[in-house]
Structure formats: C-alpha cells, structure tokens
Design a binder for this molecule. Structure first.
Ligand code: VGL
Ligand code: ZN
Length: 181
C-alpha cells in the first residue's frame, strides 16, 4: 500500500495565462508538476488530481453575484488538465453543485476516504492557486491527520503578497514547506 500521495491541485487551462481566471506565470510550474508526477509515480505513490468542476450557474461566478469570472465549467476546454497525468490517476472533482463553493479538494468529496483506504499517511501538494485551493487543501489535509508537505517550487499564487501570507498560515498549521527536487 502506498504510504504517500501526490495531490496536484487544479492544474487546469482556465487557471493558466490566456484562461478565464489566470494565475500569473502559472504555466511556469507545469514542467515542475510533471516532474513530481513522474518522480512520485516511480516511488509508487498514489497520484491524485483535483479539479475545479463547476456547473454553468455556479455561485462563485460574477453573473450569480460571486467573486470570480466564469471558469472551469464542467466538460469545457477551460476545465481540462494541463499536466501529464498517469492512466491510474485519481481525479477528484470539486465545487460541482451550483450553490456551494469549495476551495479544498477534501470539501464535499471522498478524498479523505480514498487516501485512507489506500494506506496513505503522507501527502505532498502542488498546483494552483497557492492562497485559495492549495491552501484550503493543505489545511484540510492536516485536519484529517495526514503528514502534509507543500512543494514550494511547484505552487503558484494569484498575488505574491497573498501567496506569502498563505505560506505562513500553512506553516503555522503544521504544513511542511519544502523543495524536494
Ligand atoms: C480557485 C478561485 C476560484 C483555485 C478555484 O483553484 O485556487 N480559485 N476557484
Ligand atoms: Zn472555482
């Protein structure tokens, strides 16, 4: 049973430059995420990819009074992954109902059960955006009792200042921020 999981958070077209809700220089971490995927696959880790997977009328969209432009609508090109995922990747879709926002990959999903069922004790997290979905996922991972590592060189925030603050919050909550490669 794999003791480890790599969780790739929301590496989707709409969060990349040219997409609906771009993370500045978000494409810069694609090769690093791909390298971690390859590395963790070789180590026998469970590979998990979360995706923002909104219905057309999601509450987070500006047309519905939310804070964000329309992004990552289910089954649209903007919701597609931009990293190279292995065939046996576990895909976790989140914020799939119209009325509920969910930044964390654990919120409203069976991610915790899947990890535990597979014997996972340690999780390593990469992806976007550091101060939103990455942070929420990392904090929930700690709450669920997983030893939680953030792959600092393979995450990217929307605003550098907010990203720094988020890293501090995660560290205080017990997330270990590290460079692995
Ligand atoms: C995200 C804003 C809205 C994220 C998702 O993946 O960090 N941010 N939806
Ligand atoms: Zn979203």
């Amino acid at each position: 049973m794999p003791e480890e999981a790599l969780i790739i958070v929301d590496m989707q077209r709409d969060f990349m430059p040219g997409g609906a809700l771009p993370v500045p220089d978000g494409e810069g971490i694609i090769p690093r995420c791909n390298r971690y995927i390859e590395e963790f696959r070789k180590r026998g880790a469970l590979i998990v990819a979360t995706r923002d997977w909104h219905p057309e009328n999601h509450v987070s969209f500006r047309e519905q009074g939310g804070p964000w432009p329309r992004h990552c609508v289910q089954n649209t090109p903007g919701a597609e992954f931009v990293v190279e995922l292995p065939a046996d990747v576990v895909i976790i879709s989140k914020a799939t109902g119209p009325d509920k926002e969910a930044y964390s990959g654990f919120e409203g999903t069976n991610l915790a059960e899947i990890l535990k069922r597979n014997g996972v004790r340690r999780v390593y997290i990469c992806g976007v955006a550091t101060e939103y979905c990455v942070k929420a996922t990392a904090l929930d991972a700690v709450k669920h009792g997983f030893e939680t590592y953030l792959l600092r060189d393979a995450v990217k925030g929307i605003k550098p200042q907010n990203e720094e603050r988020a890293l501090g919050e995660m560290e205080r909550a017990g997330v270990k921020v590290l460079y692995l490669i």
